[in-house]
Design a protein around this ligand. Structure first.
Ligand SMILES: NC(=O)c1ccc[n+]([C@@H]2O[C@H](COP(=O)([O-])OP(=O)(O)OC[C@H]3O[C@@H](n4cnc5c(N)ncnc54)[C@H](OP(=O)(O)O)[C@@H]3O)[C@@H](O)[C@H]2O)c1
Length: 330
């Protein structure tokens, strides 16, 4: 079978590998679609813990169960599934266990014609999504769901600001927050993306490249209950300024690095919270899929490409005009 492998430092390769061999507790999934995440590119660049060469990459995927090892799991055969990328979250719903990893490194992942996964990682594909759309959901959808609802405690009627609308995770935060009845505002570095967000129902949208001091603008809207961010860097201080008292910033990434300073004065005076968030537990994964089905949410897909183009597509993860997920038909 064809599979995308991290073959050396900075080097990814579509290789011919033998089909995985079933083992107790496992299912063999014939992959129909898979999607890229920023994580995949961090791994390629060597900027991720526990990197092993020779591993099949990929955290996001959807397909059809072809075979299972155990008799009791036979009802899964032929089912259309999405794969939960969590491995060993552990018993504490609040935080992952020290053994926690994510499908696609260091464990073989979804960028292959077949994926071998534990049967308990299988979930039924939401009916309203095709395989390509479903494959875009797992990692980004789960991260956004936990950041908004568990960590951010978002509720209907609240004002939420999602930074970097064009991001793979940010788009889910946008779609989920809107479906939950929040007033959703976004930032983006691109005017085209801002126009698109407004068309899709954003109450306001700001170009973070143009409005360095956008605090006055946002204050006129009563301030934000919640900011969702993955860029990090110094702009966190602008978010602190535009939060309502008792507001929260939830961040799940720091693409632009650390802030040089942090406005602790305003934080303590206004009773603000700065909360980290990573992925989500298995229960949240199932809740996320149910939420997506209930609200008939469809992910924003940037582009659909043949699987043969996957290696060269990594260069497009950071393409400035990308909106949403890059998805592969397998
Ligand atoms: N902790 C976790 O569980 C977890 C899970 C998933 C991702 N992450 C991390 O979160 C980050 C985003 O991941 P992703 O997959 O969504 O990546 P992505 O699709 O590459 O999105 C990156 C987006 O960041 C935005 N951005 C860049 N500079 C910005 C700034 N100064 N202010 C606001 N937005 C800015 C851009 O938005 P515009 O194009 O709109 O300007 C860009 O599209 C990565 O660092 C990733 O590793 C963490």
């Amino acid at each position: 079978m064809k599979a995308l492998v991290l073959s050396g430092p900075g080097h990814i390769e579509l290789k011919d590998l033998s089909k995985p061999v079933l083992a107790p507790g496992k299912a063999l999934v014939k992959m129909k679609a898979a999607a890229l995440n920023r994580r995949d590119d961090w791994i390629r660049e060597g900027k991720y813990p526990n990197i092993r060469f020779g591993v099949i990459m990929g955290s996001d995927g959807a397909g059809v169960v072809e075979e299972v090892f155990d008799e009791e799991h036979k009802p899964w055969v032929g089912q259309e599934v999405v794969i939960n990328p969590n491995i060993d979250w552990g018993p504490d719903a609040e935080v992952q266990s020290p053994k926690y990893t994510i499908l696609g490194m260091p464990v073989n992942g979804t960028f292959a014609e077949y994926a071998l996964v534990n049967v308990d990682r299988l979930q039924h594909k939401p009916f309203h999504l095709d395989f390509l759309q479903a494959s875009a959901m797992p990692l980004g959808g789960l991260t956004a769901f936990r950041a908004l609802f568990r960590r951010g405690r978002l509720s209907a009627g609240q004002n939420v600001l999602i930074s970097g609308f064009g991001g793979g995770v940010a788009q889910f935060a946008f779609l989920f927050a809107k479906a939950a009845g929040a007033n959703v505002y976004v930032t983006s570095g691109s005017d085209e993306k801002i126009a698109r967000a407004l068309k899709m129902g954003a109450k306001g949208a700001y170009n973070y490249k143009k409005e360095a001091n956008y605090s006055e603008l946002w204050k006129t809207k009563g301030g934000f209950d919640l900011v969702i961010d993955s860029a990090g860097g110094d702009q966190i201080n602008s978010f602190i300024k535009v939060l309502k008292p008792n507001g929260k910033i939830v961040f799940y990434g720091a693409t632009n690095g650390l802030p040089a300073k942090l406005d602790l004065y305003r934080m303590f005076w206004n009773q603000l919270s700065l909360l980290g968030s990573t992925m989500g537990n298995d229960h949240e994964f199932n809740e996320m899929l149910a939420f997506v089905s209930t609200h008939q949410i469809r992910p924003i897909v940037d582009s659909i490409r043949p699987f043969s183009k996957i290696a060269e597509s990594f260069a497009d993860i950071t393409r400035p005009n990308k909106v949403g997920k890059i998805v592969f038909q397998i």
